[in-house]
Design a protein around this ligand. Structure first.
Ligand SMILES: Nc1nc2c(ncn2[C@@H]2O[C@H](COP(=O)(O)O[C@H]3[C@@H](O)[C@H](n4cnc5c(=O)[nH]c(N)nc54)O[C@@H]3COP(=O)(O)O)[C@@H](O)[C@H]2O)c(=O)[nH]1
Length: 635
């Protein structure tokens, strides 16, 4: 059957060509009255022309017909290929009518959603949206605006049995000649795995992996948002900075698993103390921050802080152990204190520091004085660095005498700082800052080196076997390189180890006993002597003391000061001397200022004493003169 309109037109030309042939023949005949051979030839010519034209037209029509037939075949073939591509596509394909009613789904859709083609056909596309989803960007919607330009997006879809999956979807609208949408074609691929990877990466980047709380990055981000919102609405926010008071001890003694359990419990309790619009974050270790949005005044923050202090103090079960933790909280308000997130974090940290300084287990609000103090400390830190670099430190040596004979046994090296503008600065005013900033390590190393060099020099000048006692700071004591430093200093100064005593305070030894003993043993292995300074100011038990590899106990100045007026101090001092002797330790009393104190110590068999009664701390030159004098007297 001819269906091509082009071939129909070609057939119309056949009678036209025939007529044309006859007209030519009759015209030729009309020129003669009789029919002759010429006439026959004219007729033949006319018919030949007509036939020629007919065959030409038919040939063209036939060619056209053939051409249109192969186009159809190609189209048919293409349709078959397309249909197979859609059916077997790796993407889910849905075809709906203009109202979004599903007409067709491919095999991949069936595999992806669990619905069969029969089950889903006739439903609207919204059946694929999760039940709870509203008209959000994440739901499937069909709009004629898809015409021309495809809609592309990531949507959460619902499969049969309510299972959820994320799909990357492209929607295109199909229109008729009048530009009316007749169908929608949706293609989607399952990106649930990709979404999960992204979610995990986001979780890692923004949340603390242990507690699931916001991490520093997310916290600062939320803080910045809250600052902006507070500015817009004219309200306040509060930032709380928390630090658990006994975390390190619990972590060290009960182990890291218990430490983790403790942090998880603390995180839960903190969340229970705030509203859903507030943010609790863990910055690391035992440091937490809380952002309270929309507070009326400091009183609101105080109420939350008190609630936290109370809630955290409830006992926490860690395996077979039960622990009670307290916390210290620093608080700052925005915009009252600042509207800059960095400054607010710094303020809250300063306030936290103050809360700890005030005895922990409490809260403290940021004040401008804290800031001034912080600036002073920063300046002092810079000046200390300068002092170290430009040799502004010197050493004094305070004699320690054998109490019975009155002979100098050793000297304690005491640092002094000659500040270029402030003059002499007492160690009481800078040792704590040096300790806090870590500068005590290089400063302490300088003291150790200088003391060893000068005492070795004095030994060589006087031939007197003088010992030197050097104070170690807590940081120095914990420094894993300490043993190496001691060895190097002894080697470079030439001082023999038996002439060096290291003083560590009782409070420095109150940490994990095993690591303290190990460190003391390492120090002792270098051949030096160890003294426990300020003994009695801490709370070390006798059984604890028995296990420590130390040589000398130094009775704290506090107990000596009120002898002979304070009976308790006298009892304590004599008891310490007795216990030390029982443990084969020598005893030195410090801060001896008068003869009564000296006599008391002699009676109670104290070994050595140090204090203004015997001598104030001396310069190297004065100490040298002192020995020269003794030599002259004995000569
Ligand atoms: N880590 C380091 N700490 C050091 C170093 N040098 C000193 N210090 C510590 O600083 C604190 C203050 O020291 P200083 O002002 O030098 O005071 C010492 C003595 O001058 C003082 N003293 C000595 N005799 C008396 C006395 O009869 N009465 C009295 N009121 N004070 C006296 O005692 C200080 C020595 O104390 P101690 O170290 O406990 O023996 C002080 O804590 C130093 O330890 C250093 O290089 N590194």
């Amino acid at each position: 059957m001819l269906t091509n309109p082009g071939s129909k037109n070609a057939l119309l030309y056949v009678p036209l060509a025939t007529i044309c042939g006859f007209v030519i023949s009759i015209a030729l005949l009309a020129r003669n009255d009789q029919i002759n051979t010429t006439d026959i030839s004219a007729l033949v010519v006319g018919f030949s022309v007509a036939l020629g034209l007919i065959s030409l037209i038919l040939a063209r029509a036939n060619a056209k017909l053939h051409k249109s037939l192969s186009e159809q075949e190609v189209a048919k073939h293409t349709l078959t290929k397309l249909s197979s591509a859609i059916t077997n596509s790796g993407a889910s394909i849905i075809i709906t009518d203009s109202r979004g009613i599903i007409e067709y789904v491919n095999d991949k859709f069936v595999a992806m959603t669990g619905w069969t083609a029969d089950e889903i056909r006739g439903n609207t596309i919204s059946v694929l949206n999760p039940i709870e989803s509203t008209e959000t960007e994440d739901s499937l919607r069909l709009e004629p605006s898809c015409l021309g330009e495809n809609w592309k997006g990531e949507v959460l879809c619902r499969g049969k049995g309510d299972q959820r999956f994320w799909a990357a979807v492209t929607i295109s609208a199909v229109s008729n000649d009048c530009q009316q949408v007749t169908n929608y074609v949706l293609s989607g691929i399952d990106i649930s795995d990709l979404k999960e990877v992204n979610r995990k990466m986001e979780q890692l980047a923004l949340f603390d992996s242990l507690t699931g709380l916001a991490n520093r990055r997310l916290f600062i981000d939320r803080l910045n948002q809250s600052i902006k919102s507070a500015k817009r609405h004219g309200n306040k926010i509060a930032l709380l900075f928390l630090d658990l008071d006994q975390f390190k001890r619990i972590n060290d003694t009960l182990g890291h698993d218990s430490g983790d359990m403790l942090l998880l419990t603390v995180a839960d309790r903190l969340k229970s103390c705030v509203r859903s619009q507030d943010t609790v974050a863990r910055l690391g270790g035992d440091e937490f921050t809380i952002l309270l949005n929309d507070v009326d005044d400091a009183q609101d923050a105080t109420t939350v802080a008190k609630h936290i202090l109370k809630t955290l103090k409830e006992p926490i079960k860690l395996g077979q152990h039960e622990v009670i933790v307290s916390t210290s909280i620093g608080i700052t308000l925005a915009p009252d204190d600042s509207s800059n997130s960095d400054t607010l974090m710094k303020n809250a940290d300063l306030a936290l520091y103050k809360a700890k300084e005030k005895g922990r287990d409490g809260y403290y609000f940021f004040t401008e004085e804290l800031n001034i103090r912080a600036i002073k400390l920063l300046t002092l830190e810079q000046e200390l660095r300068h002092a170290l670099q430009f040799d502004e430190f010197t050493l004094l040596f305070q004699p320690q005498v054998h109490i019975k004979s009155g002979e100098i046994n050793s000297v304690e090296a005491l640092i002094r700082w000659h500040h270029p503008t402030r003059g002499r600065v007492s160690p009481d005013d800078f040792i704590a800052v040096a300790e806090e900033t870590g500068l005590i390590v290089p400063i302490g190393e300088w003291v150790l080196k200088k003391a060893c060099i000068e005492i070795k020099m004095l030994q060589q000048l006087t031939q007197f076997p003088l010992k030197v006692a050097v104070n170690l700071s807590a940081r120095q004591f914990k420094d894993p390189k300490l043993e190496t430093v001691i060895k190097e200093v002894l080697e470079c100064s030439g001082l023999e180890p038996q002439f060096l005593e290291l003083e560590v305070t009782e409070s420095m030894l109150m940490d994990d006993i095993q690591s303290v003993i190990a460190q003391l043993n390492r120090i002792k292995a270098t051949g030096v002597t160890i003294t426990i300074d300020d003994f009695g100011s801490g709370y070390s038990s006798l059984s604890y003391l028995k296990r420590l590899p130390v040589d000398i106990l130094k009775v704290d100045r506090e107990f000596v000061r009120d002898i002979p007026d304070d009976l308790n101090d006298m009892e304590i001092t004599s008891a310490v001397i007795a216990v030390a002797h029982k443990l084969n330790l020598k005893v030195i009393a410090e801060g001896v200022e008068n003869i009564d104190q000296r006599d008391f110590l002699v009676i109670n068999k104290c070994d050595y004493a140090q204090g203004y009664y015997f001598s104030k701390p001396l310069t190297f030159e004065d100490l040298y003169d002192y020995f020269c004098k003794i030599e002259r007297i004995s000569a």
